[in-house]
Design a protein around this ligand. Structure first.
Ligand code: ARG
Length: 463
């Protein structure tokens, strides 16, 4: 019973099973270092508001230092698990009382777990967002390194829509395309991290603010926020930043998941576009010949996990009234688990991508399959005066004939269409591109360079 932060108005003990059901300690332990920081912020508010004196503040800070050491060396988790704590916040409060004695009983003055949880989650989100951004930047940078190599080789690829051959592109273009998704997610994560440093909920107390003269500005400053939140009723129940964090990490994982799908198919003998190093492949316990691209399949499935965590977190907030409700304990659990899974997926994707060998000869040799230069022929026909409709029909008829004759489009088709100079080979197609952002080697080189610059700027901006 000593583990609970309440009880005076209760005549009998809580049902042990319900207490266990209600405990978030296990999930919360990841928040322990942030709760200690949050508590330091509250000490600042108490001291600067004149609610506690300098010696009491010192005793509290020293106790918090002890707890921080125990968190770092793992002994706090062991100690907390042996108690009957409802959450990590109560456990830290109890440990502070162990060390600070009577002064320890003042730490919770004017504080509720409601403003404490909201603040702690923002401190966590700030670091998790920066960590997520760094992971996404690392993946994007690797994509661009691999894109540079592929650009030097001029490796071609039959890009698809609907998984059907569409148009020839450079493999470098595909890799640079991957980098864009990670770069956008990284920028979004960095911005979520900045949002997590805007308004400090501490001092909102349970929901109405406090009758104690807490110095909320001192707390906000101590914790690196711009300012205190404006409305306590909103502040204790607002989980927008936590949801944005999960959303942004989910987006990065979806970028990895979509690329993984393509790489899994490319690794099949039917495609033969890539070979995965032994280090990133797994075998079958029964079929001796197998080499499976498991990391990419698992990354793909992590997209599903993250969507589940995000949807679960959103759903736990849906329909709950203003202020704090216990449902929000589950929001926290979904966010914490989602962040762990998301970071793991990004790390695994980066490692596995480093182990991919692109078989440039195979990809390039097959870049023209499926009449992928047909659009270039149609463009050429438009340039000599036809309408788009006429050009589309005329080239379509040549494709039909070539298909019947079981041959690729060739010079004879270009000549018959009145465009003898038009490219009928995949490299010619790629070199014929004129627009910014196209698969032309110059455009791809420009995109790689601009993306690298943007990644460097973003990386510099992270805390
Ligand atoms: N254990 C809860 C959580 O982690 C905190 C409880 C806050 N307030 C309350 N009145 N029960 O979200």
């Amino acid at each position: 019973m000593g583990s609970l932060q309440w009880g005076g108005r209760f005549a009998s003990a809580p049902d042990a099973a319900l207490l266990t059901f209600g405990s978030s300690l296990e999930a919360d332990l990841a928040l322990a270092p942030y709760d200690v920081r949050c508590s330091r912020g509250h000490v600042a508010a108490l001291e600067s508001g004149g609610i506690i004196g300098a010696s009491q503040a010192r005793a509290l800070r020293e106790a918090l230092d002890h707890v921080a050491d125990e968190i770092a060396d793992g002994s706090f988790a062991t100690w907390a698990r042996a108690g009957n704590f409802e959450d990590v916040h109560g456990a830290i409060d109890a440990r502070v009382r162990d060390y600070a004695g009577k002064a320890g009983e003042l730490l919770h003055a004017g504080r509720s777990r409601n403003d404490q949880v909201a603040t702690t989650l923002l401190l966590f989100a700030r670091e998790a967002a920066a960590e997520g951004a760094r992971h996404a930047i690392d993946v994007a940078a690797l994509c661009e390194d691999r894109a540079s190599d592929a650009l030097a080789q001029q490796t071609l690829l039959a890009a698809t829509t609907h998984w059907q051959p569409a148009q020839p592109v450079l493999l470098a273009f595909w890799l640079d395309a991957l980098a864009q998704g990670f770069a956008r997610a990284a920028a979004r994560l960095a911005s979520v991290g900045r949002d997590a440093a805007r308004f400090c909920p501490l001092g909102s107390a349970a929901l109405a603010g406090s009758s104690l003269p807490l110095d909320r500005v001192a707390a906000a400053r101590e914790l690196g926020f711009d300012a205190p939140t404006r409305n306590a009723l909103d502040a204790v129940g607002d989980r927008d930043v936590a949801l944005d964090l999960l959303h942004a990490i989910t987006r990065a994982v979806l970028a990895a998941s979509r690329a993984s799908e393509e790489l899994v198919l490319w690794a099949t003998p039917a495609f033969g576009y890539v070979r995965l190093d032994d280090a990133a492949s797994t075998g079958s316990s029964l079929m001796p010949q197998k080499r499976n691209p498991d990391p990419f399949e698992l990354v793909r499935a992590h997209g599903a996990k993250l969507i589940g965590a995000y949807a679960g977190a959103l759903a736990s907030v849906n329909g709950i009234a203003l202020s704090y409700h216990r449902d929000l304990q589950e929001t926290k659990a979904q966010v914490l688990a989602g962040v762990v899974d998301g970071l793991a997926a990004l790390d695994a994707f980066r490692r596995a991508l480093a182990h991919v060998h692109f078989r440039g000869d195979v990809m390039t040799a097959r870049a023209g399959e499926g009449y992928t230069v047909a659009t270039d022929l149609a463009d050429a026909v438009i340039l000599v005066g036809s309408t788009a409709r006429e050009a589309h029909r005329a080239v379509g008829e040549r494709v039909l004939r070539a298909e019947e004759e079981r041959r690729p489009l060739g010079a004879e088709d270009a000549a018959a269409l009145g465009v003898p100079q038009a490219p009928v080979d995949p490299l010619g197609s790629v070199l014929g591109k004129k627009t910014a952002g196209s698969t032309h080697p110059d455009a791809v080189a420009a995109s790689i360079a601009a993306t690298r610059d943007a990644l460097a700027v973003l990386s510099e901006s992270l805390p």
